[in-house]
Design a protein around this ligand. Structure first.
Ligand code: FPP
Length: 240
């Protein structure tokens, strides 16, 4: 079994959960079944991260591009999310998980928004791990949104060219209060960022695996973390 070095855990893991559709096809099932099985992988990964002591976990659950999928699939994903929130709320509270979201939440159906604000309200005091769900999220949209808000604020406060530093700008992103991911995992053998956390992933270690998301297990997660721990992060500097 692989060994994880407790002192070198990534503080923040971000995951592009890909391959639900292909998993369903491979198993001669409807796409929705792939998402259902994918939701089980979400449960496993959240639990494992919490147990290991990961501080932040961001999951790409629904992209702005995903709105273009058939209505029935979008509805199925919404129901799965609602169900997840309802069923996991108690455990989130008990294990100290704080739920937050990034993305254009306003576009989600009212029932999902209500379930989200209920779960966020009831876990807001948790201090164990932050579970950040990216919903109706797009990295470029987030950056454009930040620029617009800076412009708006510049009309009422004195923001000028010199005010705009990288830290200042980060403060306008949806991830304002959380550190950048240290490790990005993408499943299903695709080697793309797909508009996910474009600004925040600048220095992240990237880990790609052929495993389809519904098959992604506790051991697969541990393997990714061990791989991360073997790498040397230099942030553009030299080793000495
Ligand atoms: C990618 O598979 C996955 C998604 C678009 C949605 C992710 C959703 C879940 C894992 C389930 C619900 C989420 C939570 C948080 C409970 P794909 O459909 O793009 O797969 P494909 O590329 O093989 O078609």
């Amino acid at each position: 079994m692989h060994r994880i070095i407790k002192e070198k855990l990534p503080r923040h893991i971000a995951i592009i959960m890909d391959g639900n559709g292909r998993w369903a096809k491979k198993n001669l099932l409807k796409r929705v079944m792939g998402h259902e099985k994918g939701a089980d992988s979400v449960r496993t990964v959240v639990k494992t991260c919490r147990e290991l002591g990961i501080q932040y976990l961001t999951l790409f659950a629904f992209s702005v591009e995903n709105w273009q999928r058939p209505k029935s699939e979008v509805r199925a994903l919404s129901s799965l999310l609602e169900e997840y929130l309802r069923l996991e709320l108690q455990e989130m509270k008990e294990t100290g998980i704080k739920l937050i979201t990034i993305g254009d939440i306003g576009r989600l159906p009212k029932t999902v928004r209500d379930a989200l604000s209920d779960a966020m309200g009831k876990t807001s005091e948790s201090r164990g791990m932050v579970l950040n769900l990216a919903l109706s999220y797009g990295g470029r949209d987030e950056i454009v949104d930040a620029v617009k808000r800076i412009l708006r604020d510049s009309k009422s406060t004195d923001i000028d060219e010199n005010t705009i530093t990288k830290d200042f700008f980060s403060g306008y992103l949806h991830t304002a209060n959380i550190p950048d991911p240290d490790l990005l995992i993408r499943t299903s053998g695709e080697y793309r960022l797909s508009n996910f956390l474009l600004w925040q992933l600048a220095y992240a270690e990237l880990y790609f695996t052929d495993v389809l998301w519904p098959d992604f297990s506790r051991d697969d997660l541990i393997k990714a973390i061990v791989d991360y721990q073997r790498r040397e992060r230099r942030f553009g500097l030299i080793s000495e």
